[in-house]
Design a binder for this molecule. Sequence first.
Ligand code: BES
Ligand code: ZN
Length: 454
Amino acid sequence: MDKPLQYANNKYNDYKDQLIDLLKIPSISTDPNYNTEVRRAGEWVVADMQRIGLTAELIETNRHPLVYAEWLGAGDNKPTVLFYGHYDVQPAELADGWDHEPFEPKEKDGFLYARGAADDKGQFFIHVKAVESILASDGELPVNVKFIIEGEEESGGESIEAYVKNHSDRLSANVVVVSDTSMINTEQPVIVTALRGGVSMELHVSGPKSDLHSGAYGGAVHNPAQALAEIIAQLHDTNGQISVPGFYDDVKALTPEERAAIAQAGYDFEELQAETGVPQAYGESDFTILERIGARPTLEITGIAGGYYGAGFKTVIPQKAIAKISCRLVANQDPDKIFDLLEKHIMDITPPTVTTELVKLKGGRWAQMDIVNPMMQSAVRAYRDGWGHEPIFMREGGSIPIVAHMQENLDAPVVMMGFGLNTDNLHAPNEHFSLDHFKRGIQTSIHFMYQIAK
Ligand code: BES
Ligand code: ZN
């Protein structure tokens, strides 16, 4: 094991340059204008995997291709690891507030800045480079490995969902490793034990049959933008609880042990403020900040539109107004049921002066990981030896819907070995990834493969 660890250190600059090449490809999966770029990124990953000695191919789907690769030379009596990741990224443009072009990576103060650096190119690439380091120095791996890297995680993930369902034999493994989450800080790694699910929707509030002069009709016609504000203002109470009847019915209560474990992370308002700049925390006073993020469901207004917002003013009553709404859900909430509850509630509180429609966009399941299994213990030891610190177990507020599907269809435990930080500006301008994390991540991944081979 020393040889591959050393090999990875010697190769670090090459590995970094390869990651930079991958980060140059704008694989924005949500925007059809970038379809060829998404494919190019998939092809790049396949080529890199073939070069290091894996059997790799691009799998066509109804949308963006999947990357599948394997090396099964360790034989049937050795375990198989399936690594999951995504090569697509969130949209990004200089005008969003980036200090440089988001697809022209820059290295600064030990960080690599580019869209996708942390989410998720830098993270899944860690395992590719760990495999490369072992294969190049030993000619073989201590375990069998498979990779499934998708190109539409940031925009639905339907293709991989179908693939996992229909190809569970090909993807079968003894453990699934997912690296698409965050640690508390550099010296405190985290193995995520739960992910939130979610459901996204659009609320349409319509009033008059067209835009109206606000002088000719104002006062006698309910303004849809105002009605929308009135409706969404009623979705939370003053304690930050969601006021939709039945919303919390299926929420699994935290046990005292879980609350004690969450408290151990030592994350409080001080950290929240340093990371986000907010003047005060918000939300349910009966729960700590980490509990609110990891173990409680939410309802967020993620966008709002209606009326005139160009230069100057326009005296208009808009014909309609729209809010984008996204709920994060926890065990054992069902996205479809939550949507139905919300739809009914919004119809109930809609004033007779306007009409509303709630449109479902996308739902995804929450996931909970089993922490008492040998694979988890192998991961703990891998962090201890490869990273230099033992990880803590923690719930994550974000969502990776495919995790629940893999749990359902592949009879294997999922280990969430995240190497990012929540301060990496995921989905935001100036996304970055620590090169120290990249380096230590590769060491940790190498240790993990030897650990589970034992
Ligand atoms: N890597 C993230 C998940 C994540 C978010 C981990 C925050 C750690 C902290 C993933 O790529 C992501 O953004 N997922 C989406 C899923 C959604 C589009 C269904 C999310 O959480 O919004
Ligand atoms: Zn991600």
